[in-house]
Design a protein around this ligand. Structure first.
Ligand SMILES: Nc1ncnc2c1ncn2[C@@H]1O[C@H](COP(=O)(O)OP(=O)(O)OP(=O)(O)O)[C@@H](O)[C@H]1O
Ligand SMILES: [Mg+2]
Length: 150
């Protein structure tokens, strides 16, 4: 378990940037945290690592897909090339079928895609039997505390 205090939005983004360097194609990252915890800020840092400078909030569209300009092979024990980032926000989701209709199942765990999901608690059925990376963000005296389970 990794635990770290992040004192500002800038530090949160930097943490996301560094975290992204450890991701592999097929990874599903679940961002747990209350309203305003910093989930989107962290996602911006992850996106930046993959060369995406502008993250559009998927609060209304539910999911936003980014094709990477230069697909990248992760460092270390790389498994699959990363070609796409999917950013999902289920805050306004009424039922899981809405995401199925717009094709989320083509992406979840797909070997060349990294999925980042805000409010994953709302899509438990879709995530059943999927290997995920859980990230917990909570408010703390110093800003935010982030915990990542190994
Ligand atoms: N470590 C931090 N310390 C202080 N402020 C932060 C930190 N990380 C993010 N913030 C700020 O918190 C606010 C909310 O951030 P953000 O929109 O990323 O949260 P969120 O979890 O995505 O919210 P929502 O639940 O609405 O989707 C922003 O103003 C952001 O700049
Ligand atoms: Mg958000």
């Amino acid at each position: 378990m990794v635990t770290q205090e992040l004192h500002s939005a800038e530090e949160m983004q930097q943490f996301g940037f560094d975290f992204a360097s450890k991701l592999n194609g097929g990874d599903i990252v679940l961002l747990h945290g209350d309203l305003g915890a910093g989930k989107t800020t962290l996602t911006k840092g992850i996106a930046k690592y993959f060369g995406i400078d502008e993250v559009v909030s998927p609060t209304f569209t539910l999911m936003q897909e980014y094709e990477l300009k230069d697909s990248c092979l992760p460092a270390g024990t790389a498994r699959f090339k990363i070609e796409r980032l999917l950013h999902v926000d289920t805050y306004r989701l009424e039922n899981e079928d809405q995401l199925v209709e717009i094709g989320i199942e083509d992406y979840l765990g797909e070997k060349n895609t990294i999925c980042i999901i805000e409010w994953p608690e709302k899509i438990e059925t879709l995530l059943e039997n999927k290997k995920v990376i859980d990230v917990f963000i909570e408010h703390s005296e110093q800003g935010r505390r982030i915990k990542i389970e190994d």
